[in-house]
Design a protein around this ligand. Structure first.
Ligand code: SUG
Length: 446
C-alpha cells in the first residue's frame, strides 16, 4: 500500500496584519504596527504549496478563519450593527479589536496535533485541534479549526476528530508545532515526540523565567491518551527553558523531524542525552540520524532570526530528502554555510530549496509553521475532501480568488473599516464553495 505525508498549508486570510500580539515571539513584537500585504502573503503561501506539488508531493490546503471576529466582539459586550461593534471596539478596546482581526490561523502547524492511523489504537487518523490558550488572539481559533478539519477530513471510517482540550493554561496546547513524528515509512507505526515547555501541576520543575512556555506536559499527555498511543510509541521531552527565554516560543523554531531524521539545535532540549537515548531505544533497530547543530556553528539567536529549524524536511518521490527553507537562511552567512555543508555530509538530506515567505516570517511564521503534516495511506487520501488538495486547477482558482478579494496593503486603521468585514465574508463564502467545505464560519450560521 502506498503512503504519503501530505502537507496541509494554511491559506493566509484577508486580514493578515502585524499587531505585535505574541509576547515571546521576537518577530511579532519587532514588526508590530508595520503595514502588511495580505495579497502578497497569500500568494507567497500559495507559491510554496504549488512548488511542493510540482516536486511531486501531495499538497493540501486549510481554509482561514473569519476575521474580524465579530462574534467574539459581541460575546465581549459590543452591540449594534457590525459597523458599530467595530467602531466601539476600536474606541474602547483597541487591543481586543486587534486580537479579533488576526489572521493567525494561517500557521496550521498550530491548528492541531495529528496521529496517523499506523500509530493509533483504532487505526484511524486522529485530530485534536490546539486550544492555543496562551494568546488571546489564538485562543479564538480552535472551534472553527475543528469544523474546517471535519470538513476536510470528512469520513468517520478513517478520521477521528476530538474536541480541543479544556481552555485553561494547565492544558495549554499548541498542536503540531510541539510534536514531531519519527518513522521508517509514513505508513508504519512511528514514534511520536511531544515537546512541552513546562509542567502545569508541578511548579518546582524547570520553567522559563522571561517568556511564556505555551505547551504543558499535561496537555501533551492528554493528546497521547485521546489518540490511543501506547507508552512505547511516545517520548515526552522538555524544551530547554533557556531557549524559550531567547525567543523559541514553539519547539518547531529549534527542532524538526522527518522519517528517520531528527534535526535539532544542541540547546533545544532539557536533559538531551537521556531523551536521545530513549528515542533510540524506542525507535528500535532501524537507522536513525540525529543531526545536532552546535552553538559554535549556528547560535540560538541566528536560529531564531533565520528559522533554520522552521524548515520543512520532506521526502521527495525519489526517496531523497530536501529542506524547504525561508530565504532568511540564505541571507545569513553562518546558516547558509551550515546548510551548504549539511547536504554534503551523507545524511538523507541532499538539497535545500529556498522560499520567500517574508510576509509570514515577519510575524514569526516560517515554512514549517505554515503547514500541518498528515501522514495518510492511499485509501485515507482518497477519503480526503478532494477540493482541498492542490492541483493546477485549484491553484489557478485560488490565485484568481486572492486577486479578486485581497487588499494590497493593510494598516491598523484599516481594521476598523466595516467594509473589511464585508470583503472578508464575501471572500470566505466563495472559498467555502471552491473548497466545498459547507458552512464552517459563524457568519454562515446566523
Ligand atoms: O503564535 N504569530 C504566531 C506565529 C506562529 C508560528 N507557528 C509555529 N511556530 N508553528 C504565534 O506567535 C503574531 C500575530 C501578530 O503579532 O500580529 C502571531 O500570532
Amino acid at each position: 500500500m502506498k503512503q504519503f505525508e501530505v502537507n496541509f498549508d494554511g491559506l493566509v486570510g484577508p486580514t493578515h496584519n502585524y499587531a505585535g500580539l505574541s509576547f515571546g515571539n521576537v518577530a511579532s513584537l519587532n514588526n508590530a504596527n508595520a503595514v502588511s500585504s495580505p495579497k502578497q502573503a497569500a500568494k507567497q503561501g500559495l507559491g510554496k504549496m504549488k512548488a511542493l506539488s510540482d516536486m511531486g508531493m501531495k499538497q493540501g490546503i486549510l481554509a482561514p478563519q473569519e476575521r474580524p471576529d465579530i462574534a467574539t466582539l459581541r460575546r465581549l459586550g459590543f452591540t449594534g450593527s457590525d459597523a458599530s461593534v467595530l467602531e466601539s471596539a476600536a474606541k474602547q478596546a483597541r487591543e481586543v479589536l486587534l486580537a479579533c482581526c488576526s489572521a493567525s490561523s494561517m500557521w496550521t502547524a498550530n491548528a492541531a496535533t495529528v496521529s496517523p492511523g499506523a500509530d493509533t489504537a483504532d487505526g484511524r487518523v486522529h485530530f485534536t485541534p490546539a486550544n492555543l490558550t496562551n494568546k488571546f488572539h489564538r485562543s479564538l481559533e480552535p472551534e472553527v479549526t475543528g469544523r474546517i478539519l471535519k470538513a476536510t477530513f470528512a469520513n468517520d471510517k478513517y478520521f477521528a476528530h476530538h474536541t480541543h482540550l479544556p481552555d485553561n493554561e494547565h492544558f495549554g496546547d499548541e498542536g503540531a508545532a510541539n510534536h514531531t513524528r519519527l518513522c521508517t515509512d509514513y505508513g508504519h507505526a512511528g514514534l511520536e515526540l511531544f515537546v512541552y515547555g513546562r509542567h502545569a501541576f508541578d511548579p518546582s520543575k524547570p520553567a522559563p523565567k522571561k517568556f511564556p512556555a505555551r505547551q504543558t506536559l499535561e496537555a501533551s499527555q492528554a493528546i497521547a491518551r485521546l489518540h490511543g498511543l501506547s507508552d512505547e510509541q511516545v517520548v515526552y521531552i522538555q524544551q530547554n527553558p533557556d531557549v524559550i527565554d531567547q525567543g523559541v516560543f514553539h519547539n518547531d523554531v529549534i527542532a524538526v523531524g522527518n522519517q528517520n531524521v531528527l534535526f535539532f539545535h544542541e540547546q533545544a532540549f532539557y536533559d538531551t542525552q537521556t531523551k536521545l537515548d530513549e528515542i533510540r531505544r524506542k525507535f528500535g533497530d532501524h537507522p536513525l540520524h540525529f543531526i545536532e547543530v552546535k552553538t559554535d556553528d549556528v547560535s540560538v539567536l541566528d536560529a531564531v532570526k533565520t528559522y533554520l529549524f522552521n524548515t520543512q524536511i520532506i521526502t521527495l518521490p525519489s526517496g531523497d530528502m530536501t529542506i524547504i527553507a525561508p530565504t532568511e537562511c540564505q541571507e545569513n552567512d553562518a546558516v547558509s554555510r551550515y546548510l551548504d555543508n549539511l547536504v554534503t555530509t551523507g545524511t538523507p538530506i541532499k538539497s535545500v530549496n529556498y522560499f520567500d515567505v517574508k510576509q509570514s516570517m515577519r510575524n514569526g511564521g516560517g515554512p514549517a509553521c505554515l503547514r500541518l503534516r498528515v501522514a495518510l495511506t492511499e485509501q485515507e487520501l482518497d477519503a480526503v475532501n478532494p477540493n482541498t488538495l492542490i492541483n493546477d486547477q485549484q491553484f489557478a482558482r485560488l490565485n484568481t480568488w486572492v486577486d479578486k478579494h485581497y487588499r494590497d496593503e493593510l494598516a491598523e486603521n484599516d481594521l476598523r473599516d466595516p467594509q473589511l468585514v464585508t470583503e472578508s465574508r464575501t471572500a470566505l463564502d466563495e472559498l467555502t464553495q471552491i473548497l466545498k467545505l459547507g458552512s464552517v464560519y459563524p457568519f454562515q450560521q446566523d
